[in-house]
Design a protein around this ligand. Sequence first.
Ligand SMILES: [Zn+2]
Length: 123
Amino acid sequence: MARHARVVDRRGDCTHKPTTRILRKNQVVCAEGLNVEGMLAHPPLAKSILDVGWGEPPRQLEYKARWYGRTFVRIDRFHSGSKRCHACGHTVAVLPLAARHWQCPECGAALDRDVNRRSRKPR
Ligand SMILES: [Zn+2]
């Protein structure tokens, strides 16, 4: 197998396995859109972004969701999910990218920008 074909094959495997696993375990899958075009305008990032193929996982999630009877939702890239408190719904105007954790000024909830969700109640 030619080297290029092997790279393509491994890359496909790296996205097919997790996208299939995600869809088998969940009824609804949401993926946030990214401003890839804008990121490509940043030369130091452009080659790496093109190399990893960020568009492929959401594409696979979308068609596989149809196969498995799941719901796939694309979240608009301008949706302020990271800046919105899950506890009270308050949205802060500015949240610097470096701020991984923040406290809601309205209700005081301690929040993680990447896992901003309600905790599951213990059963
Ligand atoms: Zn709050």
